[in-house]
Design a protein around this ligand. Structure first.
Ligand code: HEC
Length: 192
């Protein structure tokens, strides 16, 4: 150590004191989260660290903002902000409507609307919870191509739902439901 100038020596001593202090603190913390029997639970292996705001490392990782993101300044002037397009005048587009159909309906009614969706075998399974508690399995999702419902009646049916059939009025805006039903009835680019 003789080769070290005095200022480096004192720096090392300070660093040593700091490390020793941190170790002592750590041992206190460790003993505080060792097995306890006097807390809420009969035996507690970890202390309830979620009460400590500082334990951020227990939180799930967060997404960092994109590297080239910029600070949001303004939504534009009032006339722009208040200019909300009237969706009731939205034009039917089979590409958009088909997508809505596939996302919301095909899992039960099938991509082709024939009732052959992926959920069918679970619905009609004799091992389903429904079958076990009721004695018989639920019915298969009906074919929408063969449905006898009028177009407007179908819109109301889809809006209100039934038993397994969800009430889409709570899930989709009216114009999306109309689009989907248009798509079901569309004989050119839709399902019929
Ligand atoms: C979770 C499965 C499921 C989803 C998702 C689903 N349905 Fe259904 N749907 C059913 C079942 C099952 C029935 C029969 C009624 C019942 O048991 O609830 C039905 C009945 C219907 C009927 C009545 C047909 C008739 O002739 O009686 C229409 C129309 C219909 N669904 C359209 C849709 C549309 C449109 C969507 C998407 C927006 C959709 N369904 C999403 C399961 C589903």
């Amino acid at each position: 150590m003789t080769a070290f100038p005095a200022n480096i020596k004192s720096m090392l001593t300070r660093r040593f004191a700091l490390i020793a202090g941190m170790l002592m603190l750590a041992s206190v913390t460790v003993s505080a989260c060792a097995v306890q029997e006097t807390n809420t639970y009969p035996v507690e292996i970890f202390s309830e660290m979620h009460y400590a705001q500082s334990f951020r490392m227990q939180e799930p990782p967060r997404l960092a903002p994109p590297a080239d993101s910029v600070v949001f300044v303004s939504a534009g002037d009032a006339s722009q902000v208040l200019d909300v397009p009237d969706k009731r005048e939205r034009k039917y587009d089979p590409a958009v409507a088909g997508n809505l159909y596939r996302v919301n309906c095909s899992v039960c009614h099938g991509d082709l609307g024939d009732g052959e969706g992926k959920a069918k075998r679970h619905l009609i399974s004799d091992e389903s919870f429904y079958a076990i508690t009721n004695g018989t399995a639920y019915g298969a999702p009906p074919s929408l191509i063969d449905s006898k419902l009028e177009q407007d009646v179908m819109v109301s049916f889809v809006t209100s739902g039934a038993i397994v059939m969800p009430s889409f009025g709570k899930l989709l805006p009216e114009e999306d439901i109309r689009d989907i039903v248009n798509y079901i009835f569309d004989s050119e680019n839709g399902l019929r």
